[in-house]
Design a protein around this ligand. Sequence first.
Ligand code: FO1
Length: 344
Amino acid sequence: MRITALAGGIGGARFLRGVLAAAPDAEVTVIGNTGDDIWVHGLRVCPDLDTVMYTLGGGISAERGWGREGETFTVKDELAAYGVEPTWFGLGDKDIATHLIRTQSMQAGFSLTEITAALCERWQPGVRLLPMSDDRAETNVIVDDPSGATDDSGRALRIAIHFQEWWIKYRALVPAHGFVLVGVEQARPAPGVIQAIEQADVVLLPPSNPVVSIGTILQVPGIADALRSTSAPVVGLSPIVGGAPVRGMADACLTAIGLDTTALAVAAHYGARSARGSGNSGGIHHGASDHGLIDGWLVDTTDAGSVPAIEALGIRCRAVPLMMTDLEATRVMAVDALSLANRP
Ligand code: FO1
């Protein structure tokens, strides 16, 4: 069975461990978000690709969910001692090896796809990990200037800052007015991405951030269209449980684009792929058709009350436990997602 998943960082990577446990013989392709990628101290860092690679390869820090187990930050501290910014970015000593290889390989002309495959040779994640694009497309966040600068009529000036600065330095507490994926218009899906969606038996949208992780991947020209046209069923899992994100700050992201922080709102945002549904009013702005992207949606048992409304959108919906408390719970979630996909 060929499974393709669009994944962001921590939540997506954790869910993928459950997919591998639920379908050990499946060929799993992961299309990773690269909108979070950043140049830090001259090194190219790909947080979501590395989080998937480390999590499935057994190198992830269990406590942080990102970066390496048993990490030290000596180089980071030395850079800070020199007063070199960004001091807010947690650059781990072990992690630097990954970024050095990636940066040197990029300078030698290798694509991010080739580099990611080479890095995965060591980690053996058990999936084919593809960047969403080999071209640069970076998520910037539009915020009121944190320095408090105002224009001559006293209104707060708005600036664009890199997603990582918003996420790490400001803990997403500075209200976001929107997100801009800089360069996405010129970005092409990485080799194999469209085929992985078109040739899949099932496409999964893990409980990653629907705005800055999954939403970012969907903005790469061609990817949303491939989801709409693939013969594979597309099933997503809600990252919102009981009106709050399970982790991270998806609520700040959903609010920024005018969506409620509910499992229903995210399902409506992705929209029903079937013509049966009432389209996806207010959902992701689709190019050709106004149809949405998903056939099925899993919500947590606490949100069982929203199942009828989601079904009314034309999306098959089930309420099941969605807390990834351990590998077994995550495996059951993956089994539930795969069975919802295969339901007629
Ligand atoms: N997240 C933090 O909250 N603080 C950090 O200092 C930090 C550093 C970092 C370094 C490498 C990496 O791969 C991820 C890192 N993350 C950090 C997580 C990252 O910001 C987010 O996980 C993703 O960008 C969003 O999924």
